[in-house]
Design a protein. Structure first.
Length: 112
């Protein structure tokens, strides 16, 4: 992989527990783990009806160096967006790079 293409800064967020919001619901809370260089590219985008509301969904491919502690319960902060990690692939099993598929979490909390 050409690591010079990694021009985006992303921050991995790990769940630290849950807090109660104003409606007494348990909402997960996240803390920053590390900020790294990555290549982020939109993968797909679609719109669909959910409960008579139009909802957009975007998924991203994220390529970064290998980090052993990245799991699917984590989130990624990228340019004001929060991305939910759907899958983590150790490319070629060589512990050199990760390919992450992530979906954007919308502001209404959907996609959690």
């Amino acid at each position: 992989m050409d690591f010079s293409k990694m021009r985006h800064r992303i921050t991995f967020l790990r769940p630290t527990g849950a807090v109660k919001n104003t409606m007494s619901e348990n909402v997960p809370e996240y803390a920053e783990v590390m900020t790294v260089w990555a290549f982020v590219a939109p993968r797909t985008g679609r719109e669909y009806d959910e409960a008579q509301k139009l909802r957009a969904e975007t998924t991203y491919n994220v390529l970064t160096r290998y980090f052993p502690d990245i799991t699917t319960d984590m989130r990624i902060a990228f340019r004001g967006r929060t991305l939910k990690i759907e899958s983590v692939l150790n490319v070629d099993g060589r512990n050199e790079r990760l390919q992450i598929v992530a979906s954007e979490v919308d502001t209404n909390g959907k996609g959690n």
